[in-house]
Design a protein around this ligand. Structure first.
Ligand code: PNS
Length: 158
């Protein structure tokens, strides 16, 4: 059984993330969306809110579940008995960071492969940071995030 982990902060989940989840779910038997619980960051959505939202948004896919994790990603991947990490790649500006992440994870556990899915053009400039910035000033984020995400952000920045 091929189990994949798609890790990230997902604060909040965007249409770009959703596209990667949909496409990744076709490549593995089970996809686990790993939501980082980083106590040093001050997230807009709590880790529980992020996990619940992703579970809600992906329930139709059938083979996707969201879980939170803290600590090392490779440990989470092993605990989940997964064998592959999936990351989305938007633009050349992602390159250095993604290489560092993949190489570090490879050094920590060479048995875990990292696979990159290239973001579709229409999603390549969406980021959670930009979405929050626009939402903070009550701009229109309807083309960037699922409706449920939009509702939660509108509530947060009311
Ligand atoms: O969506 P993001 O914030 O770019 O995701 C980053 C994430 C969660 C994949 C990365 O920060 C991570 O894996 N953190 C867990 C700690 C870890 O394993 N670090 C070592 C690899 S650099």
């Amino acid at each position: 059984m091929r189990i994949g982990v798609y890790p990230g902060s997902f604060d909040p989940i965007t249409n770009g993330h959703m596209d990667i989840i949909r496409r990744a779910s076709l490549l593995v038997d089970h996809l686990i969306v790993g939501v980082l619980n980083n106590s040093q960051k001050n997230p807009t959505l709590s880790v529980e809110e992020r996990v619940d939202l992703i579970n809600e948004l992906t329930k139709d896919l059938g083979n996707v579940t969201a879980n939170h994790f803290s600590g090392l990603l490779v440990e989470f991947v092993n605990n989940m008995q997964a064998n592959v990490i999936i990351r989305g790649f938007r633009a050349i500006s992602d390159f250095e960071y993604e290489m560092q992440l993949a190489q570090t994870n490879y050094m920590l556990d060479p048995e875990i492969e990292t696979v990159f899915l290239v973001a579709r053009n229409e999603f390549s400039y969406i980021s959670s940071t930009m979405v929050k910035e626009v939402a903070k000033y009550h701009g229109d984020i309807s083309k960037m995030v699922p409706q449920k995400t939009q509702k939660i952000l509108e509530e947060k920045f009311k």
